[in-house]
Design a protein around this ligand. Structure first.
Ligand SMILES: C[S@@+](CC[C@H](N)C(=O)[O-])C[C@H]1O[C@@H](n2cnc3c(N)ncnc32)[C@H](O)[C@@H]1O
Length: 198
């Protein structure tokens, strides 16, 4: 079974397309913050979806993905890159023209709050969020590319010119189960807890 979460208007053939909003091509209208009523899942793909959840909601969702995936199942996530947003929209004010100061302010705020966005990740934070959700290994990929045939050529969302070392979109695949007793950088945990409180 292959789940496509937050499919919106880009359903994928051969996948179970899931979205909170019922629409053409949505096979299962579901708010995934309430859980994923599936098991034995081979693949989960979510493009431009995770940023629509708060850090705490995202953490629950990622844990739920780990729960419903088969032990060798793969989660592929594609989400805007905070590093790219920052580097392309902001500099020290003394290095910005008045126009850049205005547009930098407007566009940074839109990246954080526009289109229903709740939380933007960079690669390090997304990696730790996935490790926090008990995935063992997180690998990065280029848009549309994967070593796994089923996960190749899936991305559809518009993209922007990448910067060296900071692509506009982070694409990762997470696999395996992390040993809960094993070594883990847990610095994300208090931020997830704080996000639950507020
Ligand atoms: C920016 S759109 C992305 C659509 C498509 N994946 C793409 O890349 O073009 C985000 C989608 O996530 C859906 N969504 C947001 N919150 C959701 C939730 N809690 N459960 C399920 N779907 C959700 C929205 O309805 C929307 O269709």
């Amino acid at each position: 079974m292959k789940l496509h979460v937050g499919s919106g208007s880009s359903p994928l053939e051969g996948w179970t397309n899931i979205d909170v909003a019922a629409a053409d091509g949505v096979d299962c209208a579901l708010d995934v913050r309430r859980g994923l009523p599936f098991d034995d899942v081979d693949f989960i793909f979510a493009e431009h979806f995770l940023e629509h959840l708060t850090l705490a909601e995202g953490s629950v969702f990622l844990r739920e993905c780990r729960r419903v995936l088969r032990p060798d199942g793969v989660l592929r996530i594609s989400t805007p890159n905070l590093d790219w947003v920052w580097l392309t929209h902001y500099k020290h004010p003394s290095e910005m023209s008045e126009d850049e100061q205005l547009l930098g302010c407007l566009e940074m705020n839109r990246a954080f709050h526009g289109w229903g966005h709740q939380f933007l990740y960079n690669l390090r934070t997304l990696t730790l969020a996935l490790r926090h959700a008990r995935f063992e290994t997180v690998s990065t990929h280029w848009y549309g590319e994967s070593e796994t045939a089923e996960l190749r050529g899936l991305e559809r969302h518009e993209r922007h010119a990448d910067l060296a070392g900071a692509p506009s979109v982070i694409v990762v695949e997470a696999v395996g189960r992390r040993d809960p007793e094993g070594d883990f950088d847990a610095r994300i945990a208090p931020y997830v807890r704080d996000a639950e409180v507020h």
